[in-house]
Design a binder for this molecule. Structure first.
Ligand code: FAD
Length: 395
């Protein structure tokens, strides 16, 4: 029996696959258990800021990011009636300041590239985790297909409904009162301005709308946030009604109206928030990504924080022995908990400001945003984009 820990990762989403790729890059093996029987093209767009694009590039994803991602030139904010409030320069300045562009990507492109990097070896598809039990220094995993597996370390990268998280805390998700419509539209169904490499955001009373091109610019991804009367399924694959999307954004100007009317199919789900996790680990088990810190999507950092977690944890685990695990998990929590809590709080805090009714407070907000136009806003993001995950871990 070797002294190296047997590592089991639950979930082959963005966080779980990044962890598997980063572990493999440092010569550490793991097994990845995924509930889905096959990994199909799911999701719409994700935004990859430099804090995630840099480490993903180092892992070997640079060519895919350049080919399938869209390097964003500017993040533009408009009022719902169409007037521009502000624009934050990204483009070459972002690369110069933070070492990588800000990419807009189809989630399936990113997941596919990570899968190729990891290879089929570590993947165990069709394994839905049901229960976790401690047995001395080992953890036993029981899956719904009847299989069991023993590990020295279990990492829950099992997303918003994490089974692994439940072994650490019993907390209930809090319905935000909001729902999100999400989907993709071919850009050739939209006015030519849709092809520009921009993230566009429209703010209005109790709702907002975001869109950006993905898949090398062929598709426009959108997310439309609006009040939702009843808490429904918190599922990325729940179907929505395009007519409800049109009705929710009736009267909104410009591309919002073009996109909502060009949509064939849309997903819709309720947005939930959760309190910050106080304890990230027990001595043989931890969590990362949405399992650790599900967040409202208003800073577009969900996937980015999952990548940071994975890179940090992999750096700590490089060359680790079984007995090192509890101490390393404490260091992982120390490195990640304060940062992800700040991003979770920031995302929550943005909700009210983004959805103000027309009036004096909205005009004050717009004025403040306009003062951070151009490079000022980009420089203000140094705490977010400049963070180097794994930098303090032993290499
Ligand atoms: C199908 C899908 C579509 C998405 N679409 C978008 C999108 O369009 N835009 C966006 O910004 N974000 C999207 N997200 C969320 C986004 O990917 C995550 O918020 C972010 O990347 C954090 O990643 P994660 O690895 O923590 O979780 P996820 O990427 O959610 O991955 C979790 C993985 O764990 C697996 N899993 C869950 N429970 C179990 C279990 N009990 N046993 C085994 N495996 C399990 C899931 O099947 C999934 O593959 C989507 C997530 C999913 C799962």
């Amino acid at each position: 029996m070797t002294d190296r820990p047997r590592i089991a990762v639950i979930g082959s989403g963005i966080g779980g696959l990044t962890l598997a790729a980063a572990l493999s890059a440092s010569g550490t093996r793991c097994a990845v258990f995924e509930q889905a029987g096959s990994l199909t093209e799911t999701g719409a767009g994700v935004q990859l800021a430099p804090n995630a694009a840099r480490p993903l590039g180092r892992l070997g994803l640079q060519p895919v990011l350049r080919e399938r991602g869209v390097a964003v030139e500017e993040i533009r904010v408009y009022g719902w009636t169409g007037e521009m409030i502000t624009g934050t320069t990204h483009g070459a300045a972002c690369e110069k300041l933070y070492g990588a562009p800000y990419y807009a990507m189809h989630r399936a492109d990113l997941q596919g590239a990570l899968l190729r990097l990891v290879g089929p070896g570590p993947l165990r598809l069709g394994h839905r985790l049901k229960a976790v039990s401690r047995d001395g220094d080992e953890v036993t995993l029981a899956f719904e297909n009847g299989a069991t597996h023993r590990a020295d370390l279990v990492v829950g990268a099992d997303g918003i409904h994490s089974v692994v998280r439940e072994t650490l805390v019993r907390d209930a998700p809090v319905f935000s009162g909001l729902g999100v419509f999400r989907g993709l539209v071919p850009v050739d169904r939209l006015p030519s301005a849709a092809r520009e490499p921009l993230i566009r955001l429209w703010l209005g009373p109790r709702r907002h709308f975001v869109c950006y091109p993905v898949s090398g610019g062929r598709l426009m991804s959108f997310a439309a946030i609006a009040p939702l009367a009843h808490a429904g399924a918190e599922s990325w694959s729940a179907a929505g009604d395009p007519a409800e999307l049109v009705a929710a954004f009736e009267g909104w100007r410009g591309l919002v109206s073009d996109i909502t009317r060009a949509v064939d199919g849309v997903r819709r789900w309720a947005l939930y928030d959760r309190p910050e996790l106080r304890t990230w680990f027990s001595d043989r088990l931890t969590v990362l990504g949405d399992a650790a810190h599900p967040m409202l999507p208003f800073m577009a950092q969900g996937a980015n924080q999952a990548v940071e977690d994975a890179v940090e944890l992999a750096a700590l685990l490089a060359g680790a022995r079984r007995d090192d695990i509890p101490g390393l998990l404490a260091r992982y929590e120390e490195a990640r908990a304060p940062r992800t809590a700040a991003v979770q709080k920031g995302s929550r805090g943005h909700t009210e400001a983004m959805h103000l009714p027309d009036g004096p407070r909205q005009r004050e907000r717009d004025h403040a945003m306009s003062r951070a136009a151009g490079l000022t806003g980009l420089r203000e993001r140094a705490w977010l984009y400049g963070h180097e995950a794994g930098a303090t871990a032993p290499r």
